[in-house]
Write a protein that binds this ligand. Structure first.
Ligand code: SF4
Ligand code: SF4
Length: 397
């Protein structure tokens, strides 16, 4: 596994590529294939291009890069594939492979944002608070819609109020602060702390603004992803439980052991932390019984497809009546930086998801990933739907 994974970071491994039998059963599940109808925007087409490069029959050129860039990395294909194709790590490998040939300006910008800035919690916090001020000044209307929703003025106070360094007594639990969740959704952290302390945990958040490295891994920056993984591993120390309340982050942190498998100094700690990571939604928690009424449910891709986790049990335990969306559970189009890098497709997916949520008729939608929450808030505002977006922890705590 470790050999495959290491090779997979620089390019998809031949073993992984060989698992695809080109049956096409994944195609109806792929949001970009459904939008475009193009084989080149399908899982099978992407794997075929990866395989052509691996076998020396294709090159990593602009068309290869576009095929990989248009992918949401939502992993719906992986969940649907009967052959067990590990598409998540294959697309990460293909993007790392495609990175060196990008134009210099693009490469520099990506390295600056995904490697330099995200590796520095203080920079993350400063940029986030800068977005807050810009938003409060009305500048957000000039930003792409998902980014503009990052910091509505009402979040200024939340973003500035620090989390307690330690809360509660009992079993030690580290809580990932993260980057976007920490800057934009601190009330979710407060709700998470309430839930955990009432369930007998002593909670210590990791460093404010400290990214888990998922974005770097998804966008072709494996060395930066490893750097961030080491920093978070050092912060969680010996905590028996590492709680993560964002779908993309929990999914990624569970792969720390594989990510650092070839690093003799960090591999044991990385494996230990991966094994201790628990997404908040998969924990067995007691929650106050009350009547919350109908709550529409959005399944984050990195919960549903990557981890097989869903929010309904926690919502039901808290007295909510989950309301299903009629859109087949497709990706909302947030997908990390997709809204910035592929704005047209992201807009179409955002609109479809927002309309499905509005059609569900519930006054609130449960969303357990900060990127999805930003995207859906922006989409609901675009179509004029007054549905509140809330993390399940906020609803049941
Ligand atoms: S990824 Fe899986 S479902 Fe899709 S074509 Fe390949 S083998 Fe078939
Ligand atoms: S990860 Fe999502 S967008 Fe990419 S090929 Fe698979 S289903 Fe399609």
């Amino acid at each position: 596994m470790s050999d495959n994974w290491q090779r997979g970071l620089l390019a998809p491994s031949s073993d992984d590529l060989a698992t695809c039998v080109a049956c096409g059963l994944c195609l109806p599940h792929c949001p970009t294939f459904r939008l475009t109808g193009r084989e080149t925007a399908s899982p099978r087409g992407r794997i075929s291009a990866m395989r052509a490069v691996e076998e020396g029959n294709g090159t990593v050129d602009d068309s290869f890069r576009t095929m990989m860039d248009e992918c949401l990395a939502c992993r719906a294909c992986e969940a649907a594939c009967p052959s067990g194709v590990p598409f998540g790590r294959m697309i990460e490998g293909a993007r790392a492979q495609a990175e060196p040939g990008r134009p210099v300006a693009q490469r520099t910008t990506r390295r600056l944002g995904l490697s330099w800035a995200l590796s520095r919690p203080r920079v993350v916090r400063t940029l986030g608070l800068g977005a807050t001020v810009a938003s409060a000044a009305g500048v957000q209307r000039a930003l792409p819609s998902a980014l503009g929703a990052l910091m509505p003025p009402g979040r200024v106070r939340d973003a500035l109020r620090p989390l307690p360094a330690a809360s509660g007594t009992g079993e030690p639990a580290a809580l990932l602060s993260g980057c976007v969740m920490d800057v934009a959704y601190r009330p979710v952290h407060r709700a998470t702390i309430r839930l955990l302390t009432s369930n007998g945990y002593a909670v210590s958040p990791t460093r404010p603004g400290g990214c888990c490295g998922a974005l770097a891994a998804h966008y072709g920056q494996p060395e930066a992803a490893k750097r961030m993984a080491r920093a978070r591993i050092a912060e969680v120390g010996d905590a028996e439980v590492v709680v993560v309340n964002a779908a993309g982050c929990s999914g990624h942190m569970k792969t720390y052991g594989e990510l650092l498998a070839d690093d003799p100094e960090w591999a044991p700690a990385a494996r230990r932390v991966s094994a201790r990571v628990q997404d908040l939604l998969e924990m067995d928690l007691d929650v106050p019984a009350r009547h919350l009424g109908p709550v529409a449910v959005h399944d984050a891709c990195h919960h549903l497809h990557a981890q097989g986790i869903e929010p309904r049990p926690l919502l039901r335990a808290g007295g909510a009546e989950p309301v299903e969306l009629g859109d087949g559970g497709h990706c909302c189009g947030a997908a990390g930086l997709y809204g910035l890098l592929q704005p047209d497709q992201a807009r179409q997916l955002r609109r479809a998801k927002s309309e499905a949520i509005a059609d569900a008729g519930a006054p609130v939608v449960a969303v357990a990933n900060p990127g999805c929450a930003m995207q859906i808030e922006a989409g609901l505002a675009e179509i004029g739907a007054s549905v509140r977006v809330a993390h399940p922890a906020e609803l049941v705590s």
